[in-house]
Write a new protein. Structure first.
Length: 279
């Protein structure tokens, strides 16, 4: 039996290339919960900020727009996403640069930073406590981190509801991810987050729930939302793993998503934590 790909292999495969193609849609989808987190970070002109798991760079560029002549550094392990991030930065003339690295095991040559940020990038470390300790060490004393992480799978309709719609065609049940292993729901427990941060030297930890809805694919009708779900995320992975018929999957998803259409797009529930701590 073959071993599953490592995080680096996974995000540098065709998966990473597809996420880069869908980056604009994903950025629009996640904007409602991204902005409150950036507001909480409260960046100032001249500050240096580290963006962990920056992906295609949208959050790095948002940070850069708030710091004037400061510097924003985005770090990620996905070459396809970083290529797009650099293209975006060059197009805007942004004071930002990007590094292909895993912050848990690579030197952070631009340290020290005044602030660190992450939108769904801190749940994938092999050793989360060690990674948080390293990030803290890269910040100036009194520097702060703000990150967003998903709460439970059951609370996030954008994730579980489309999978349920595929149930009639699944060849086998979809196993829930191990919440103790690297993955999107690893930091679903607020007490676990506080314990990890405190143990790695952070203080003044605050954990705020965010509950709302996201527009699947960033907007558009059920047909386009279904097409988006076929390309990235849990449904795309299930279809690939079980070699399901994409046309039938699109039909089932579109039928389900039509029940959730709004004038703005297809809206499904989302729930996350917005976490702040001080180095």
């Amino acid at each position: 039996m073959s071993q599953p790909p490592t995080q680096r292999e996974y995000w540098n495969s065709r998966v990473g290339e597809e996420w880069a193609r869908q980056a604009d849609s994903m950025d629009r989808m996640l904007q409602p919960l991204t902005q409150p987190a950036l507001d909480l970070l409260n960046l100032k002109p001249g500050e240096r900020v580290l963006d962990i798991g920056c992906g295609a760079g949208a959050t790095t560029l948002a940070a850069a727009s708030s710091i004037g002549d400061g510097i924003a550094v985005g770090v990620d392990i996905s070459k396809p996403l970083l290529e797009l991030a650099r293209e975006r930065a060059n197009a805007r003339g942004a004071n930002a640069h990007f590094v292909e690295a895993d912050v848990s095991d690579a030197p952070l040559r631009d340290a020290p930073f005044d602030a660190a940020f992450s939108r769904f990038g801190v749940m994938f470390f092999d050793d989360t406590a060690a990674a948080f300790a390293k990030i803290r060490a890269a910040l100036n004393p009194g520097g702060r981190i703000v990150f967003i992480c998903w709460r439970t799978f059951a609370e996030n309709g954008w994730s579980h509801a489309p999978l349920a719609a595929l149930q009639p065609m699944l060849k086998a049940p979809i196993a829930l991810a191990d919440p103790n292993a690297p993955g999107p729901f690893r930091l679903q427990d607020a007490e676990k987050i506080k314990t990890l941060l405190t143990a790695s030297g952070w203080r003044d930890v605050s954990i705020t729930p965010w509950d709302g809805e996201v527009l699947v694919g960033g907007g558009g009708d059920a047909t386009s939302a279904a097409a988006f779900l076929l390309k990235i995320g849990p449904c795309a992975r299930a279809i690939a793993d079980q070699q399901l018929d994409p046309a039938r999957a699109h039909q089932l998803l579109a039928e389900f998503l039509r029940k959730h259409e709004t004038p703005q797009g297809v809206a499904l529930a989302a729930a996350c934590w917005i976490v702040r701590a001080v180095a």
